[in-house]
Design a protein. Structure first.
Length: 318
């Protein structure tokens, strides 16, 4: 069977899977990214994982390619450039080095842009030519599709919407040290930071007054909102307001038919999505009102990042 290896290189884990033409991940595995001080040893481990996955299948595998999603990846240069959450710094020639270990067609792309391709091939955007995928995890990433084409940019770094300054330089730092950047407010990490901000701003009782920052988890904030915790509710509202403004601004770039949201923050459900819909509608220009949907991803789940990476190869086969 023809299969593609989808690889998602994350700051915490690297996930690998074998994906068929329908976007089904037949086998998958993962390992901790930070365990590898040497980048070449990291690539050797990826090759070993792919071989092990092939061996677990009960039929012969024809590996037709390898797609890689990674932070700060240049699709044009085949590199990862100074990713904030990876231990290897500088310019990493990923494709050049990995082809020494695995002789198949390869592509690499920013993980959020790969997710956009996955949404177009395997998710809820199959019939759309204009949409934006927003990934809401540790940071905020974006993959932009306009007129049926993924926007990659001159050097392959288009879509870094998480590092757009929303506060005119007077605010929190993002992972790339942009002061006031969007992801410092709208992300799983941003929500945690907002909880601390609200605790300072308001004197209301809250379960979070006796919890350290490192012990804060998104599920706890959602549960607190369900219980009526005012600090949690204000944090969600504050996050949704900034996000609503950002999405309204992004709409003016390409006029997408929809935004697809994926990642940990989306698991907060109505506590983030309901106020987001309200603020988004308020901030939209009149000409766009009623035309742009905010939807959850059809790629959501444990294999979404893997299948998004695999879409880099399957897209060329369609």
């Amino acid at each position: 069977m023809d299969l593609v290896a989808g690889i998602d290189i994350g700051g915490t884990k690297t996930k690998i899977g074998l994906v068929d033409k329908n976007g089904e991940c037949l086998e998958q595995s993962s390992f901790r990214t930070q365990e590898f001080e040497d980048f070449d040893n990291f690539l050797v481990q990826i090759k070993k994982e792919i071989a092990a996955l092939e061996a677990r299948l009960e039929f012969p595998v024809n590996l037709i390619g390898c797609g890689i999603g990674a932070p700060n990846a240049s699709s044009r240069n085949g590199t990862i450039e100074n990713a904030a959450n990876l231990r290897w710094k500088g310019s990493l020639p990923v494709l050049e080095k990995f082809k020494q270990h695995l002789d198949v067609p390869m592509r690499i792309m920013n993980d959020a842009s790969a997710a956009a391709l996955g949404e177009m091939l395997f998710g809820n955007a199959k019939e759309m030519d204009d949409f934006i995928v927003i990934t809401l995890g540790t940071g905020l990433g974006a993959g932009i599709v306009a007129n049926g084409k993924l926007i990659e940019g001159y050097d392959g770094f288009a879509g870094e919407l998480g590092h757009i300054d929303m506060t005119l330089g007077d605010g929190r730092l993002t992972g790339l040290n942009v002061r006031g950047g969007l992801e410092a407010y709208v992300s799983a990490t941003g929500l945690k930071r907002t909880i601390l901000f609200m605790l300072c701003k308001y004197m209301d009782d809250s379960r979070f007054r006796n919890i350290a920052y490192n012990d804060l988890h998104g599920e706890d904030i959602t549960k607190a909102a369900e219980e009526g915790d005012l600090i949690a509710l204000k944090a969600f509202d504050y996050t949704a307001k900034i996000m609503g403004l950002a999405l309204a601004n992004f709409t003016a770039f390409t006029q997408p038919q929809a935004f697809f949201l994926m990642g940990g923050l989306v698991n907060s459900g109505k506590w983030i999505l309901d106020p987001l819909q309200t603020y988004f509608a308020d901030y939209l220009l009149e000409v766009y009102k009623g035309k742009v949907q905010i939807l959850t991803s059809g790629m959501e789940g444990k294999t979404a990042a893997i299948c998004g990476a695999a879409a880099l190869i399957w897209e060329k086969q369609s």
